[in-house]
Design a protein around this ligand. Structure first.
Ligand SMILES: Nc1ncnc2c1ncn2[C@@H]1O[C@H](COP(=O)(O)OP(=O)(O)OP(=O)(O)O)[C@@H](O)[C@H]1O
Length: 132
């Protein structure tokens, strides 16, 4: 049976999806350029992935490390977006603006603490020689 979908629609949808990926990557690039914290995360990510290969960690450990790293990146990117929007909406001091920034920053802190726990459990025994 022939599809009733107008010809070229799927190509259009695909182009839109590709454009969305482009916007997302542009966002990561812009955040990397403006945020020192993100550049630190980039270096930390390279170190953690290097340690993963060096110690040949297990598949499930890779999954935990990937989730932890992605969680920190996602929290930091959302925090960067909230900071930008807050500065746009409230360039002058406002208690709500401060609260929005503090809460967004606490999401990064929570993700970073989770990543620290994952890092300590996965790499701690290997680096410090304790039994896994
Ligand atoms: N417009 C504002 N009104 C009230 N408090 C603010 C405002 N802007 C910033 N703050 C307070 O200052 C803190 C630091 O804000 P700032 O924008 O400097 O972010 P930051 O945590 O230093 O992040 P970054 O270093 O990534 O820019 C906020 O968490 C908030 O408590």
């Amino acid at each position: 049976m022939r599809s009733r979908q107008p010809r070229g629609l799927s190509a259009k949808v695909l182009r839109r999806r590709m454009a969305s990926f482009g916007h997302a990557f542009r966002g990561v690039g812009a955040a990397l350029r403006s945020e020192l914290h993100l550049r630190f995360h980039a270096v930390a990510t390279v170190v953690v992935v290097g340690l993963g290969f060096y110690y040949d960690i297990a598949r499930l450990e890779w999954a935990l490390v990937a989730l932890a790293v992605a969680g920190v990146w996602a929290a930091e990117l959302v925090n960067t977006a909230i900071e930008a929007l807050t500065d746009l909406a409230s360039p002058h001091y406002h208690a709500l603006a401060g609260r929005a920034k503090d809460v967004a920053a606490s999401a990064v802190l929570l993700a970073a603490l989770g990543a620290l726990v994952v890092g300590a459990l996965v790499f701690g025994p290997r680096v410090f020689g304790a039994p896994a």
